[in-house]
Structures are given as structure tokens and as C-alpha cells.
Design a protein around this ligand. Structure first.
Ligand code: DX5
Ligand code: ZN
Length: 215
């Protein structure tokens, strides 16, 4: 299976977002990764529902929305209606397993894919009860909040465990500090989707950068 490449627009120029989305779309991107931060769950504030709604009008690529927010259940409907195709929430933002199951059900009720993400300090074992019902697991290899941080290789080890216990068709995505070298490590461990912000957008040859992650 070819690796799904999801460039993070956090590293794009927000004053030229349409241009920068098309730039990766025309150069082999599979999805568009949208980092939503609320200033509570993570220390940074980025973008929200109106931006997703606008992006939907200018690209046909699936919008891979990464919710780094508290109370994600409150925002499922607005993001789904705005055009999110994959909605990923953080395990650490929900306080009971029943609530996690309800949230997964809610996301699926809009006919979109559901992802569950873990921060660097969270053990992959906590995901076991959900692996058969989510579409994607997102392993963070930096502390969520900012682009351009250094890849934490010990976090990537978690992919191996997830790959061993997960159903064959589960999408295992990695986010944080991904470049040609670290992406390769993650793929060897079993990742089949890579998010990359600064590596792609700071590259002088976007096509080459995306291809270097894909194959
Ligand atoms: C970080 C975000 C990432 C970020 C990745 O909290 O979830 O998606 O944009 O940026 P790079 O690829 O620069 O580490
Ligand atoms: Zn992200």
C-alpha cells in the first residue's frame, strides 16, 4: 500500500492558503492536514471551522482534520458540516472510555472517517479497545502545539506495537518532525500515512519532498 501523504498547512502561508494548498495538491499530496488548536489542550491557537469550510471549496483532496482541542465532541458536527473527511481527536482530551466510544460513534454518524491520536507520553496500549472501530490512529512524534520541532524516535517505536495488534486495514499515521529520514523509520515500523509540515513547505522542490515520503 502506498503511503498516504498529508501535508500540514500549519507551515503554509496563511495569507496565501489557496495557493499553498494547490501547490501540494498539484505535487502529489493525498490529503490536506489541518491542525486545529484551541490554546487549552495545547498552548497554541491556530484555525477552526470557517477555514475548513473555505478549504472545502478550493480542493477535492480529503481534509484530514487534527483536533488538538478540549471537548472535541462539541465540535464534531460543525467540522463535519464544514467538510472534514477525517476527524481525529486526542485520547487525552476525553476522560472516560464510554465517552470515547460515543465520540467515535458520533463522528461516524456523519459518514466520515474517525481517527484517535496519542501524545508522546501516552502509552499505545490505551488504544487497544478502539483499534477495531476507528479508521486511523495518529501517533504524535512531537508534543502537539507547534510545527518545526524535532522528531522523537522513542515515540515512533509505538507504531511497531500498534501494527502488531491492529487490524490490517487500520491507517497508522505519524505527525511531527517528519522528513525523508524519519519518515522512512516510521514506514519501516508500519506507518502508512505521514504528516509533514515544515519538511514539505520549506523544501525548494515540493514534488521531490512529497515523493521522498511516499516511496
Ligand atoms: C503539531 C502538528 C503538526 C505539525 C507538524 O502539533 O500536529 O501537524 O504541523 O509540523 P512539522 O512537520 O513541521 O513537525
Ligand atoms: Zn497535526
Amino acid at each position: 500500500m502506498q503511503t498516504i501523504i498529508s501535508p500540514s498547512i500549519l507551515s503554509a502561508d496563511f495569507a496565501n492558503l489557496e495557493r499553498d494548498v494547490k501547490l501540494v495538491q498539484d505535487n502529489g499530496a493525498d490529503w490536506i492536514h489541518v491542525d486545529v488548536m484551541d490554546g487549552h489542550f495545547v498552548p497554541n491557537i491556530t484555525i477552526g471551522v470557517p477555514v475548513v469550510k473555505s478549504l472545502k471549496k478550493i480542493t477535492d483532496l480529503p481534509l484530514d482534520v487534527h483536533l488538538m482541542i478540549d471537548n472535541p465532541d462539541k465540535y464534531v458536527e460543525p467540522f463535519a458540516n464544514a467538510g472534514a473527511d477525517i476527524l481525529t481527536f486526542h485520547y487525552e482530551a476525553i476522560f472516560s472510555s464510554q465517552n470515547i466510544l460515543d465520540l467515535i460513534k458520533k463522528i461516524h454518524s456523519f459518514g466520515i472517517k474517525c481517527g484517535i491520536s496519542i501524545k508522546p507520553k501516552t502509552s499505545p496500549e490505551v488504544l487497544i479497545p478502539y483499534l477495531d472501530i476507528v479508521d486511523m490512529v495518529l501517533v504524535m512524534t512531537v508534543e502537539p502545539g507547534f510545527g518545526g520541532q524535532e522528531f522523537m524516535s522513542d515515540c515512533a517505536e509505538k507504531i511497531k506495537f500498534i501494527k502488531q495488534v491492529a487490524p490490517e486495514n487500520l491507517i497508522i499515521q505519524v505527525d511531527g518532525g517528519i522528513n525523508e529520514k524519519t519518515g522512512k523509520i516510521c514506514k519501516e515500523f508500519g506507518a502508512n500515512s505521514l504528516v509533514a509540515g515544515s519538511y514539505i513547505y520549506k523544501s525548494s522542490d515540493i514534488k521531490k519532498a512529497i515523493q521522498s515520503l511516499k516511496y
